[in-house]
Design a protein around this ligand. Structure first.
Ligand code: PLP
Length: 386
C-alpha cells in the first residue's frame, strides 16, 4: 500500500548528518550560541552568526533537501514563514495563481498581507487545468498548490500543472506538507519549489513549529537564502534538533498513518449517516487514479461530511476520546477538527462554500495508534452526536 522509495529510509536517518567533528557526538548537537569566534576578521569555521547559519539548521536543511530529492534546503521558524519567503521573492505588480483549497493561514497571508504590497492573487480549482489557464494573467509569476489539498484532499496533476506554469513563464510551488517526501516528491514532477510546514509530519510529534523550502534552482535558492537571512524568520537550534529527530522515523510513521487512514476511510464510507468521505485512497475519490500514479501512499488525512448540519458536526468533533479536538495534524496522536469553525475559520463563508467546504465537514489527522481503538472512538462519537 505504501511503496516507500528504496534508499529513503536510509537517507531519513543519515542524510546531512555526520558525527560532530569536535566531540564525535553521533547526533548533531544543539549549539546554544548566537555568535561564533573568528580566528581573524572574516576567517571562521563556516559559522559567524546564528541567524545566517548554525550547525543544527544546516544538518536539517541537508536532510530535508535529500528527502525531497532536491539540491538545496532552507529552514524557517514556521510553515507560514517559509510560504511568506517564497512570495517575498516576487515584486509589486506580480500575480499569483493559488489553488482554492489551501491551508487557511496561506489564504490569509496572501490576501490580507501580501495584497497590501501590490502582489495580486486569484484562486482556482487546480484539479481543472482549463480553469487554471483561464485564471492566469500576463503577470502570473507563481502558481501555488497543495496536493492533496486541505481539507478536501483533492489531487492535482503536478506534472501537467508544472508544464502549464512553465509555458506561461511562471514557477510552480507545491506545499507538500500533507504528502511528505515519503509519498510524493514534487521536484521530480517538474515543480520548482517545495514548501513544508515541518510542524506536521516531518516533526511528527506535535512538539515543534517549523517550516522549510527545497529547490533545485540555484538562483532561486540564493534569492530565498538572502531573504531568509534578511527577514530572519529562522528556527533555533533546539527546534531544528526536534525536526531532525522526527524525520528519522518519517518512513515508518507514514506507513502506519496510511494504513490506519485507509481502514478508517473504508469504514466511514459504509455508514449511512456519513454523506461523503474524502480520501484519495478510496475508489470513490475523484483523484484516486491520479493519486495512485503520483503518490506512493494516500496519506493520513481524511475528511468527511456527517449528515445533520453544523450542529451535529460540531457535537461529534467535541465527543471523541482518543481523537483530540485540536488544530494541526501530522503527529503520532490522532486529531479531529471542524474546519468551518477552526482551521478555515478565516475564510469568508461564501468563499468556503464555493470551494466545497461545507459546515458538515469533519477533518481527521489519523495517528499511529491501534486502528480498532480509533474506529471504536469515531463510532461512539458519531452515535453520541445524534
Ligand atoms: C500547518 C500548515 C501550514 C502552516 O504551517 P505553520 O508551521 O503552522 O506555520 C501550511 N500549509 C499546510 C498544508 C499546513 O498544514
Amino acid at each position: 500500500m505504501v511503496r516507500t522509495r528504496p534508499g529513503l529510509a536510509t537517507e531519513a536517518v543519515h542524510a546531512g548528518q555526520t558525527p560532530d567533528p569536535a566531540t564525535g557526538a553521533i547526533m548533531t548537537p544543539v549549539y546554544l550560541t548566537s555568535t561564533y569566534v573568528q580566528e581573524s576578521p572574516g576567517k571562521h569555521k563556516g559559522f559567524d552568526y546564528a541567524r545566517t547559519a548554525h550547525p543544527t539548521r544546516l544538518a536539517l536543511e541537508r536532510n530535508l533537501a535529500a528527502l525531497e530529492g532536491g539540491r538545496f534546503g532552507l529552514c524557517f521558524s514556521s510553515g507560514m514563514a517559509a510560504a511568506s519567503t517564497v512570495v517575498s521573492a516576487l515584486s509589486a505588480g506580480d500575480h499569483v495563481l493559488c489553488g482554492n483549497d489551501v491551508y487557511g493561514g496561506t489564504y490569509r497571508v496572501f490576501t490580507e498581507v501580501f495584497r497590501r504590497f501590490g502582489i495580486s492573487f486569484s484562486f482556482a480549482d487546480t484539479t481543472d487545468l482549463a480553469a487554471v489557464r483561464r485564471a492566469m494573467t500576463a503577470r502570473t509569476r507563481l502558481v501555488w498548490v497543495e496536493s492533496p489539498s486541505n481539507p478536501l484532499l483533492k489531487i492535482t496533476d503536478l506534472s501537467a500543472l508544472a508544464l502549464l506554469a512553465h509555458e506561461r513563464g511562471a514557477r510552480l510551488a507545491v506545499d507538500n506538507t500533507f504528502a511528505t517526501p515519503c509519498l510524493q516528491r514534487p521536484l521530480g514532477l517538474g515543480t520548482d519549489v517545495v514548501v513544508h510546514s515541518t510542524t506536521k509530519y516531518l516533526g511528527g510529534h506535535s512538539d515543534v513549529v517549523g517550516g522549510a523550502i527545497v529547490t533545485n534552482d540555484e538562483a532561486l535558492h540564493q534569492e530565498l537564502k538572502f531573504l531568509q537571512n534578511s527577514v530572519g524568520a529562522i528556527p533555533g537550534p533546539l527546534d531544528c534538533f526536534l525536526v531532525l529527530r522526527g524525520t528519522k522515523t518519517l518512513p515508518l510513521r507514514m506507513e502506519r498513518h496510511c494504513r490506519n487512514a485507509l481502514e478508517i476511510a473504508k469504514r466511514l464510507e459504509r455508514r449511512h449517516d456519513v454523506r461523503r468521505v474524502h480520501y484519495p485512497g478510496l475508489k470513490s475519490h475523484a483523484g484516486h487514479a491520479l493519486a495512485k500514479r503520483q503518490m506512493r501512499g494516500f496519506g493520513g488525512m481524511i475528511s468527511f461530511e456527517l449528515r445533520g448540519g453544523l450542529k451535529r458536526a460540531f457535537r461529534m468533533a467535541s465527543r471523541t476520546r482518543v481523537f483530540s479536538l485540536a488544530e494541526s495534524l501530522g503527529g503520532v496522536e490522532s486529531l479531529i477538527g471542524h474546519p468551518a469553525t477552526m482551521t478555515h475559520g478565516s475564510i469568508p463563508r461564501p468563499e468556503r462554500f464555493k470551494s466545497g467546504l461545507s459546515d458538515e465537514l469533519i477533518r481527521l489527522s489519523v495517528g499511529i495508534e491501534d486502528v480498532e481503538d480509533l474506529i471504536r472512538d469515531l463510532d461512539q462519537a458519531i452515535r453520541a452526536s445524534k
